[in-house]
Write a protein that binds this ligand. Structure first.
Ligand code: AMP
Ligand code: MG
Length: 352
């Protein structure tokens, strides 16, 4: 930190409030001076620093307690800026994906020398993203710099999708926290690497696998998306090997048709030691231990609410286990829900 204490600055999501731009101007100055700024994006809140300043980047790792070998995503305000930091021009697939940006999509490309190895954890490739969120883009624009930013949570904890999540983890660790409301997608960006012959999906997110296939043709899904790494197996993305998204309470996943899930939950809903994360159709019971994630027909709502639900389970008193119902298939956004929930539950799953 470069300030004595964390400044929390509230802005309206569309920056229409009086003084909003001045607040971002202040935050941009902090970035330029080597400080840390937490800011909203459409995916989750990020903890940003000047990507060209090794010392500032190193302080991100310290503030989060992040492993040194887990690289960071570099955020730019304009898709035309990607080629300043990565070799994107003349790459047909990068061109196709770039036309989709801004988007909840991160593309991994060979890095240019200007990006320090602290950002990429020693790798020759760099992850690049153009966020959609107006506040995020304005902050980057005002700083005039590329901003490297992982999620603004303590490593291992559920990712922050609301300002209070960031304040809980980063007060006293970041110089500025910009409160710009809730994150729309609620899940980290889709990460795709263009550094293989066939593009490879490393992390599913709001930009779906189906959409990537439509645009690029064949796309491989890394084994680590839905499976546990085997002992000694080297991950394609260093972040894959770390414990992720876990609340203090232990999470057990439940998968099955609505009929089977209703039957399973009927025994659990009365148990005061159980928390439940489920769809609207899965039980008629309602109490503060039952966190309803919307309808089985709309998994987007589940994605939006998922991290908040995981964090909120720790605030329920007397609970030792949370049963979390999964969508029935891994289609669309559900692939990302599975990817995160499997990690939150350490791959502990009951198939009904
Ligand atoms: P987050 O910590 O939420 O910002 O997630 C960033 C993810 O992108 C992590 O899983 C990283 O390991 C991954 N990532 C970032 N840069 C690279 C890279 N150059 N190569 C492979 N994976 C990367
Ligand atoms: Mg993260």
């Amino acid at each position: 930190m470069i300030l004595d204490e964390t400044k929390i600055l509230k802005v309206s999501p569309d920056l229409s409030g009086e003084g909003d731009v001045e607040k971002l101007q202040f935050a941009a100055e902090i970035i330029k001076k080597g400080g840390l700024v937490a800011f909203p994006t459409e995916t989750v809140y990020g903890l940003g620093a000047n990507a060209l300043d090794e010392k500032a980047v190193a302080s991100i790792f310290t503030a989060k307690g992040r492993a040194q070998d887990n690289p960071l995503i570099v955020h730019v305000a304009d898709r035309g800026d990607i080629d300043k930091y990565a070799f994107a021009d003349g790459n047909g697939k990068a061109d196709i994906l770039r036309k989709q940006m801004p988007a909840p999509l991160t593309v991994i490309l060979p890095k240019r020398d200007i990006i320090p190895f602290t950002v990429t954890a020693g790798l020759g490739n760099v992850a690049m993203r153009v966020p959609q969120n107006v506040v995020a883009r304005k902050l980057i624009e005002l700083s005039g710099l590329p901003i490297s930013a992982p999620s603004a949570n303590l490593s291992g904890k559920p990712s922050p999708t609301k300002a209070w999540h960031v304040i809980a983890d980063m007060n006293g660790r970041a110089d500025v926290i910009i409160d710009g409301g809730d994150c729309a997608v609620g899940l980290e960006s889709t990460v795709i690497s263009l550094c293989y012959d066939i593009p490879r999906l490393l992390r599913p997110g709001g930009f779906t696998y189906e959409k990537l296939c439509e645009l690029l043709g064949k796309v491989e899904i890394s084994d680590a998306v839905l499976e546990q790494l085997k002992e000694g197996q080297k991950p394609e993305s260093p972040g894959m090997k770390y414990k992720h998204y876990a609340p203090e309470t232990s999470v057990i996943l439940v998968k099955g048709s609505m009929f089977k899930v209703r039957e399973f939950l009927s025994g659990k809903c009365e148990d005061e030691k159980c928390g439940i994360i489920c769809f609207d159709e899965d039980t008629d019971a309602r109490c503060d231990r039952i966190l309803v994630m919307g309808s089985r027909k709309n998994e987007q709502e589940y994605a939006e609410k998922m991290f908040d639900a995981l964090r909120s389970t720790d605030l329920l008193s007397g609970i030792d286990t949370v049963y979390a119902v999964l969508p029935e298939t891994t289609d669309g956004i559900s692939l990302a829900i599975y990817n995160r929930m499997l990690r939150a539950a350490a791959f502990n799953i009951i198939e009904l």
